[in-house]
Design a protein around this ligand. Structure first.
Ligand SMILES: C[S@@+](CC[C@H](N)C(=O)[O-])C[C@H]1O[C@@H](n2cnc3c(N)ncnc32)[C@H](O)[C@@H]1O
Length: 423
């Protein structure tokens, strides 16, 4: 049965929200103010998921989407919302998370907007299908693959290679397995990782090396799954990136911030918050995005992470970049073994940049410490606010939080927050 309704708001996941009597409807690709004919599809959370049958009248913030795949490809959820309303919605995600934890929303700066073409990392699904190989993004809420011919969020160099990549993979991909291909744009060119079950024998490796030549890749690596360290099959040029001007070669599949300009924004905010001459602990250092961005101004940088190959890359970069005498690395799972008070005694600043789950144990440890400054980079305002409340309860003052839009047209928002312990 179709129902007519008006969309009242955008939900946190990007769906339009509408009330139908006592029921809440979640309507993908709807905009606030839209008058719609919709059909309920299934129960979802505290309401119903519904699809648009017909748009009867458009809301004031509706705009034409930038990409022809919008609505089918699962990568973007809100391309149909004009920039001012879209950016206000993103910033509101942070304001709401602060409100839930009793944090002061007055410290939240304006959102730093994203730019199209900034994304340097793409991960595409690959699936053999009736003699063909499908390479693309998953469709919204499904594992159907949408082959893509354009992607306005991604760096043009990545988009340009996609047709040749799909043809090249079709010649070598194992017929029985679905998998993924991850592309990262680096100074040396594209760093490609194939994640596909099974092993590649000698003939397949020769074909992969040829594919690396044909596509002019910097490096091509393979891994059977995301838990196994990838193995480079062809290295034609070093897939280098730069942090604070220091060149680093990340391990295959290693974490990098997704956007080039957005990483520069995050790094500048972190570097600005770290005082010159500080002894800084970077507690989720990865391969050095922030550790090396502050190495030039710090007295010492102690880089922690549980990922050994990332730390090796960081240290190699620090040494080659002339700051090796200031940077030490330690492999450690900080959820299981947070820093002790004795370890933190010499720290004058700490940087946190945890995964989406946040860093509760670290927040508790820092709350108990005397560390005077904490810079928290977050990709999840909800877990950030939870951890921030712990830091504030431990006597740190939340002075500034800057939302940064790194994932254009998605529901994700990053932020950089600065905490100071009053003297
Ligand atoms: C969001 S990434 C950030 C990395 C780095 N700051 C950057 O910007 O490239 C999170 C990092 O935290 C590390 N990590 C996650 N859980 C951890 C834990 N329990 N202990 C130590 N490191 C952890 C991951 O290995 C990863 O490098």
């Amino acid at each position: 049965m179709n129902e007519t309704m008006t969309v009242t708001a955008l939900g946190s996941g990007g769906d339009g929200l509408a009330e139908a009597g006592a029921d809440r409807l979640y309507i993908p690709f709807a905009a606030p103010g839209d008058r719609l004919l919709v059909a309920r599809e299934r129960k979802a959370g505290d309401g119903w998921r519904a699809r648009i049958v017909e748009r009867l009248a458009d809301g004031p913030d509706r705009t034409a989407p930038a990409c022809r795949h919008f609505g089918e490809c699962g990568g973007c959820v809100v391309q149909h919302i004009a920039a001012p309303a879209y950016q206000a919605w993103k910033r509101a995600r942070v304001v709401e998370a602060f409100a839930r934890e009793g944090l002061d929303p007055g410290v939240i700066a304006p959102l730093v907007p994203a730019e199209p073409g900034d994304r340097r990392r793409l991960r595409l699904a690959v699936q053999p299908a009736g003699g063909r190989l499908l390479v693309g993004f998953n469709a919204a809420g499904s594992d159907r693959i949408v082959p893509i011919s354009e992607c306005p969020v991604a760096a043009p160099e990545l988009v340009a290679i996609l047709p040749a990549l799909a043809r090249g993979l079709a010649a070598i991909w194992p017929r029985r397995h679905a998998g993924d291909v991850a592309l990262t744009l680096t100074e040396g060119g594209i760093d490609l990782l194939l994640v596909v079950p099974g092993t590649f024998g000698a003939p397949a490796r020769t074909a992969l090396a040829r594919l690396a030549e044909d596509l002019d890749l910097a490096r091509l690596s393979v891994a059977p799954d995301d838990r196994t360290a990838p193995e480079p099959v062809a290295i034609r040029r070093a897939p280098r990136v730069r942090f604070g001007g220091i060149a680093v070669t990340p391990p295959p599949g290693g974490f990098l911030q997704a956007g080039m300009r957005s990483e520069a924004v995050l790094s500048a905010l972190v570097a600005e918050a770290v005082p010159a001459g500080a002894t800084v602990a970077d507690l989720h250092a990865g391969c050095g995005t922030f550790a090396l961005a502050v190495a030039g101004k710090a007295r010492r940088v102690l880089a922690f992470d549980r990922d050994a190959p990332a730390l090796e890359a960081l240290l190699a970069g620090a040494r080659a970049g002339g700051v090796g005498n200031r940077v030490t690395v330690e492999r450690r799972d900080l959820d299981r073994r947070p820093p002790t008070l004795a370890e933190m005694r010499t720290w004058t600043a700490a940087i946190l940049d945890p995964p989406r789950a946040g860093a509760a144990a670290l927040a508790d440890a820092l709350a108990r410490s005397a560390v005077p400054r904490v810079v928290y980079v977050s990709c999840n305002p909800v877990t950030f606010a939870r951890d921030a409340a712990r830091l504030v309860a431990g006597g740190l003052r939340l002075e500034q939080a800057t939302p940064v839009d790194q994932f254009l047209w998605s529901p994700h928002v990053e932020l950089v927050a600065v905490f100071r312990r009053p003297a």
